[in-house]
Ligand binder design. Structure first.
Ligand SMILES: NC(=O)c1ccc[n+]([C@@H]2O[C@H](COP(=O)([O-])OP(=O)(O)OC[C@H]3O[C@@H](n4cnc5c(N)ncnc54)[C@H](O)[C@@H]3O)[C@@H](O)[C@H]2O)c1
Length: 468
């Protein structure tokens, strides 16, 4: 159930078809300058980096980090020989003089020259690994969800403060130039959506099999026990078990629910939710969850719906729609789901196209003017079709919304700008886009959903719940 990380190729395809290429990011809009994520350094201070956890996401982060100048990997730690060897070989192939470790304590004590540690282990280990690395004097980039417990996430913020080291949480959309442009320019500066009243987001996936292993790469029972895993099945499928994870709402929902808070600039005041273990027989976590949050913003209340389903891909992938009285911004890490829709009542948007703030959809894209077909001119029907019966008319479909494009495309791996931001923070003092405090607020927002499902009632959240 790990998130797909194949978007960079999709991005590249759509980027190339967009026709404009100016380096790493398409700078089609003059308003991008303020929104661009901090660029990678180059020729600057070299940083020694270690990584704990070289599974699916650890590999994605390694591949992204390998593209950033002056990053020297020195250590790789993983309890699974299979993944540790993969990480070690990959890094050595790219010329990094890297030492392998099974136990992170040994890594921290025997490679003192590390400046930073990347933590990409299952969520229940994030607090332990991050706190230890911070206490050893390292800056930490830790994957989302910050922790599977609120206490764990709080302890990480406290340790970062006590040690004075940087802590970046892996909510990478916060460093994505397209997301930054959408929030800072379209929503906040040009107020293109009018007043945001609702948010609707989802991540829906078809049924998938559990992850497996072979007899050859099975971890010895004693090693699994040493690191707290009940068995090999749980070790591989940790996302589905309560000891190790917050389930799909935390695994998938965390990405998008984090963006709710980030886009609105505030945290929710209450949440109600439903969910259940309705389909899979050998999982502990809810395989479908639907949640409704209420936010109070300076413009008024915003009600936000989130759905994560793991037994159907209906609903079209993963995206977040920010819905205002003048328009809707549909965002996704995958550019093919990204659009801005104008309400018929909104002030005209053509000047935004002239100014480069938005672009019009190209031929064949959703929202483009339909080409007129030869037969349309010649064929004059001699009869009229009966109007549809009232019962099948959807009253919400009173007018099709015109679709517009955002002129910013990321031509890098989707995690690269977030890693760049972390390394720039170490080297140049650039502010982190997702410091521990923000990661904690997201963890509280996400984990409250599971509490609400269990309690079967609306739960309120106070400002104090989100801070240390
Ligand atoms: N930001 C994103 O887009 C994104 C995408 C996927 C996953 N993630 C996050 O990345 C993290 C890892 O997810 P994954 O999909 O790579 O899981 P995974 O199971 O594929 O990899 C986890 C790795 O950690 C290792 N590990 C487990 N316990 C360890 C320990 N005590 N010490 C050292 N190594 C240990 C495992 O052997 C494995 O190699 C999770 O927190 C997940 O939420 C983030």
């Amino acid at each position: 159930m790990s998130e797909s990380t194949t978007q960079s190729s999709v991005t590249r395809r759509s980027f190339l078809t967009s026709g404009t290429r100016l380096g790493a990011v398409v700078l089609a809009s003059p308003y991008l300058a303020n929104a661009q994520a901090p660029a990678g350094s180059g020729g600057t201070q070299a940083l020694n980096v270690g990584i704990i956890g070289t599974g699916a996401q650890g590999r994605v982060l390694l591949n992204a980090a390998l593209k950033i100048p002056d990053i020297r990997f020195k250590a790789v730690c993983d309890i699974w020989n299979e993944n540790r060897t993969y990480g070690e070989r990959l890094l050595k192939k790219f010329g990094h003089d890297v030492k392998p470790f099974e136990d992170y304590r040994e890594m921290l004590s025997s490679v003192p020259e590390l400046d930073a540690v990347i933590v990409a282990t299952p969520d229940w280990y994030h607090a332990e690994h991050t706190n230890a690395a911070l206490k050893a004097g390292k800056h930490v980039y830790c994957e989302k969800l910050m922790s599977n417990t609120i206490e764990g996430a709080r302890s990480m913020v406290k340790t970062a403060r006590e040690t004075g080291k940087l802590l970046q949480i892996g909510h990478q959309r916060r460093s994505n130039p397209r997301y930054l442009y959408a929030r800072d320019q379209l929503v906040r500066h040009f107020k293109i959506l009018g007043r945001i009243t609702n948010i609707n987001a989802l991540w829906n996936r078809a049924v998938s099999d559990d992850l497996t292993w072979t007899a050859r790469n099975e971890i010895p029972k004693a090693t699994l026990e040493k690191y707290g895993y009940d068995d090999m099945h749980q070790f591989r499928n940790w996302r589905w078990f309560k000891k190790y994870s917050g389930g799909p709402i935390s695994d998938l929902g965390a990405h998008q629910i984090d963006v709710f808070n980030w886009m609105l600039g505030t945290n929710p005041v209450n949440v109600m939710a439903g969910g259940g273990v309705d389909y899979y027989k050998n999982h502990e976590w809810y395989d479908n969850v639907m949640a409704i949050y209420e936010f109070h913003t300076s413009a008024g209340p915003v009600r936000a719906f989130y759905e994560v389903l793991t037994t159907t891909s209906a609903g079209g992938g993963y995206h977040e729609s920010f819905m205002g009285d003048d328009g809707t911004l549909k965002m996704s890490e995958n550019p093919k789901y990204t659009k801005v829709y104008r309400e018929a009542r909104a002030p005209e948007w053509d000047h935004f196209v002239k100014e480069g703030v938005l672009t019009k959809p190209g031929a064949g894209e959703e929202g483009a003017a339909a080409p007129s077909l030869p037969w349309e001119k010649e064929f004059k029907p001699k009869f009229t079709l009966a109007p549809p019966r009232a019962s099948v008319v959807d009253v919400r479909e009173t007018a099709a919304l015109s679709a517009w494009n955002i002129p910013v495309v990321l031509d890098k791996a989707i995690h690269q700008p977030h890693l760049e931001n972390f390394f720039d923070a170490i080297r140049k003092g650039t502010p982190l886009t997702c410091p521990g405090e923000q990661g904690l607020a997201s963890a509280v927002t996400v984990l409250k959903v599971n509490e609400a499902v269990q309690a079967r009632k609306m739960l309120t959240m106070k400002p104090d719940d989100f801070i240390v």
